[in-house]
Design a binder for this molecule. Structure first.
Ligand code: ARG
Length: 366
């Protein structure tokens, strides 16, 4: 019996990781939580159904290549078992026409030390997504006597969990930014809701983005559940679609974080980093003007890198500005082509979930 699960941050030496799979991915039908996340001018509005097979195959080729590169570097790589995502989800509280995908794993699974938590996700189409990871979690449970396998309280996702008139076709970008600044999001405080990718782990501290996918009640849950950790709510008023922290605020090594220049961390929230001599550097501009077709995310997946250790990082191969910045920041950069996977939910960090990194729970902000 050995220790399989251990990870306290996103930069200590990576030894074991889950890499997602795009098989059977669907564009889900609109629902209260998602309609407002599809940008107004997006051709994806109103469409749903299985994604074109050719795009699935291309994404899988890049995911497989990422898995191969990691394996060659001595990282153990596990893969989920996708379900037939085109099936409806029916519960006593809601019904929706199809599921989505098991991409990206970072949204679903949150590793804190020897524990992996299945998140309390707010999208109805993602209700069963954790099932794709169950074979792996079950295996870790059998192999590692210390592995804590948990699930956050299952949300019901009834109509009470959403503001129904929140979304309106005519809402302008300016209005969206006002809402972000006012912390007025589509989800209500009816129940605990969070995506794992809204939680940035830095040892003893959890920085959790309050936005479209994570509410205040989730922060309160984290506080009670982890009294030995410090929970900080963070928000980025420059982001009209605040979903997941990892294209906004990305730690590279102890003492260094890159921050999306369009979404700066507010001054009051910067203090904890500055007082402890952490440097917050503006991330380089993305190399692309537009995200790839049928993609929900912004061009800022450029900064969604996968850190392998304090000196090594994987960056998307066409992101020339980000590659160059990493080099200047003293990182060894491994370029990996990944844009074909973007449409399935995100970049290199999103598409993975930590199982094991060396290191322990450190206090970076004493
Ligand atoms: N909201 C981010 C952006 O579009 C994308 C974040 C994707 N991250 C993830 N873990 N799925 O800039």
């Amino acid at each position: 019996m050995t220790k399989i699960v251990n990870s306290w941050n996103d930069f200590d030496p990576l030894k074991h990781v889950i890499v997602g799979r795009a098989d059977h991915s669907c564009v889900p039908p609109e629902e209260p939580a998602t309609s407002e996340k599809v940008p107004i001018d997006s051709p994806m509005r109103g469409m749903w159904g299985p994604r074109p097979l050719e795009t699935v195959e291309k994404a899988n080729a890049q995911l497989d290549n990422l898995a191969r590169i990691l394996t060659e570097r001595g990282v153990r790589v596990d893969r989920p078992e996708p379900l037939q995502w085109n099936q409806p989800v029916i519960t006593p509280d809601f019904r929706t026409g199809s599921m989505m995908t098991c991409m990206p794993p970072r949204d679903t699974l949150l590793t804190i030390g020897n524990e992996i938590i299945e998140a309390a996700m707010s999208f109805r189409c993602r209700y069963w997504e954790y099932l794709a990871f169950r074979p792996l979690l079950s295996q870790y449970f059998n192999e590692d006597p210390e592995f804590l396998w948990s699930q956050a309280p299952r949300p019901r996702l009834s109509d009470k969990s959403y503001k129904h008139n929140y979304y309106d076709e005519k809402i302008s970008l300016e209005e969206r930014l006002v809402r972000t600044a006012n912390k007025d999001f589509v989800t209500t405080e009816e129940e605990i809701l969070f995506d794992a990718a809204d939680v940035m782990r830095l040892g003893k501290d959890l920085f959790i983005q309050h936005g479209l996918t994570t509410n205040r009640k989730a922060m309160e849950w984290f506080k009670r559940r982890y009294p030995e950790l410090r929970v900080h709510a963070v928000n980025f008023p420059g982001d009209p679609y605040p979903i997941h922290i990892d294209a906004t605020f990305v730690p590279l090594r102890p003492g260094l974080i890159i921050n999306n220049p369009h979404r700066p961390l507010p001054k009051a929230q910067r203090e904890i980093f500055e007082k402890n001599d952490w440097q917050i550097v503006e991330a380089a501009m993305p190399a692309h003007k537009e995200p790839p077709p049928l993609c929900y995310s912004s061009v800022w997946l450029s900064m969604n890198c996968l850190v392998l250790d304090h000196k090594t990082v994987i960056v998307e191969a066409s992101e020339v500005n980000q590659l160059e910045q990493m080099d200047k920041l003293g990182m060894n950069v491994i370029p990996v082509h990944f844009r074909d996977a973007y449409a399935f939910g995100g970049g290199l960090h999103c598409s993975t979930a930590d199982v094991y990194r060396e290191g322990s729970c450190l206090d970076y902000f004493p």
